[in-house]
Design a protein around this ligand. Structure first.
Ligand SMILES: Cc1ncc(COP(=O)(O)O)c(C=O)c1O
Length: 377
């Protein structure tokens, strides 16, 4: 049996998405910028998808900019805030994805932008009081905080943060790469400037996503050389990616609650069963279902962090999960997220991440292998 429990890294593409893309691979190949019928056909497909996505998050067409995925969308939001919107200070955390963290650090080096890292608690939660007091300063600021942490699943109270930023007229970007397609978004109800999306996190194709950019914001393109995306991003569009992204979003939101309940029940079941296997097993990040991404379970197994073969043993049994211990040895550079959490002795962290296709049988198989590995049975 092969079990894939690394859905926070990427998800398998849905069959319906492949069906949707296929005519564009086989027949409709026109360049969307061409004015003849071949081009109009593909241009139309892109614009229909833009409308579909905008409707799903209650945005306007002009607020959706297709990108190569989450990294590019995060880069666009942060870089344009500095280059075009006069931002001189970025408030963020050390737990952000490198698409945000490395970008902010580079801007600090090259453009003398002040970076403020908020304190995070043992579960990776920020302190809203600290944020509130920092927002009072008049320096032009961007707050960049991820909606859900991709390693430990901790959720940001995004609505609250958006209200705080709006009150103090501060720009707010949230890296929603792990939550777009997994939680509802209504951009008319949440005052936010930038949201980001990667299709491959919810059974869409890799290499495609979008940036939601509030229509009140005017920025110049990060990639120049063409007038595509209403002059926001040059280059011939990733037609198949965009069409697939639209279908994946539609599928994700059509049965959202059903998916959420199914996945959350598997996560809760796995947590309970792991503790039954070994009561010393603990979990990294918030485990309260209201404060934790239901697709991610980061487990701390009571064994030596740097020498453990746990992940390797799971792989031998056909189970794909991901590592990320805080230790730093050999090729394992260690997780910058776990390194920020309080140090836990004797802890091998493994991230299991689920999708709507994950089954209880797969979880039971995984649990039985974990039991035999850690009990040496
Ligand atoms: C939170 C978060 N942000 C950004 C990214 C980058 O997205 P992409 O792989 O589409 O560039 C990822 C992907 O792992 C992610 O989990």
């Amino acid at each position: 049996m092969k079990v894939y429990l690394d859905n926070a890294a990427t998800t398998p593409i849905a069959k319906e998405v492949i069906t949707e893309i296929t005519p564009y691979l086989l027949d409709h190949f026109g360049n969307p910028s061409s004015t003849h019928s071949f081009g109009r056909k593909t241009k139309n497909a892109i614009e229909i998808t833009r409308r579909k996505i905008a409707d799903l998050i209650n945005a306007e067409n002009s607020e959706i900019i297709f990108t190569s995925g989450g990294t590019e969308a995060d880069n666009m939001a942060i870089r344009s805030s500095v280059h075009d919107l006069g931002v001189k200070r970025i408030i963020t955390t050390k737990l952000e994805h490198h698409a945000v963290g490395h970008t902010a650090e580079e801007l600090k080096e090259k453009h003398q932008i002040e970076i403020i890292y908020l304190e995070t608690d043992k579960n990776g939660q920020i302190n809203l009081n600290e944020l509130e007091s920092l927002l009072k300063k008049t320096t032009k600021t961007l707050v960049s905080l991820m909606h859900a942490n991709n390693e430990i699943g901790t959720l940001l109270p995004i609505q609250k943060v958006a209200e705080m930023c709006d009150k103090d007229h501060v720009l707010f970007h949230s890296d929603t790469v792990q939550t777009m397609g997994h939680y509802p978004f209504d951009t008319k109800k949440i005052k936010i400037d930038f949201l980001t999306c990667a299709a491959h996190k919810f059974h869409g194709p890799k290499g495609c996503g979008f940036l939601y950019q509030n229509k009140h914001i005017q920025t110049s393109p990060l990639i120049t050389g063409g007038s595509q995306e209403r002059n926001s991003r040059g280059g011939t569009e990733n037609l198949y990616g965009i069409v697939g992204l639209g279908k994946a979003m539609e599928l994700a939101y059509t049965h959202l609650e059903e998916h959420q309940n199914h996945i959350q029940s598997l996560k809760s079941y796995m947590m309970k069963s792991l503790i039954e296997i070994d009561s010393k097993i603990t979990f990294n990040g918030d485990t309260n279902p209201n404060k934790s991404l239901y697709t991610v379970l980061n487990v701390c197994f009571p064994m030596d962090a740097c020498n453990s073969m746990l992940l390797f043993s799971l792989d031998i049994h056909g189970i794909a999960a991901s590592g990320g211990s805080a230790c730093s040895s050999g090729s394992n550079k260690g997780s910058h997220v776990l390194a920020e959490l309080p140090k836990q002795e004797n802890c091998q962290s493994v991230r299991f991440s689920f999708s709507r296709y994950t089954t209880k049988e797969e979880i039971d198989f995984t649990l039985s292998k974990i039991r035999s590995i850690i009990k040496n049975e």
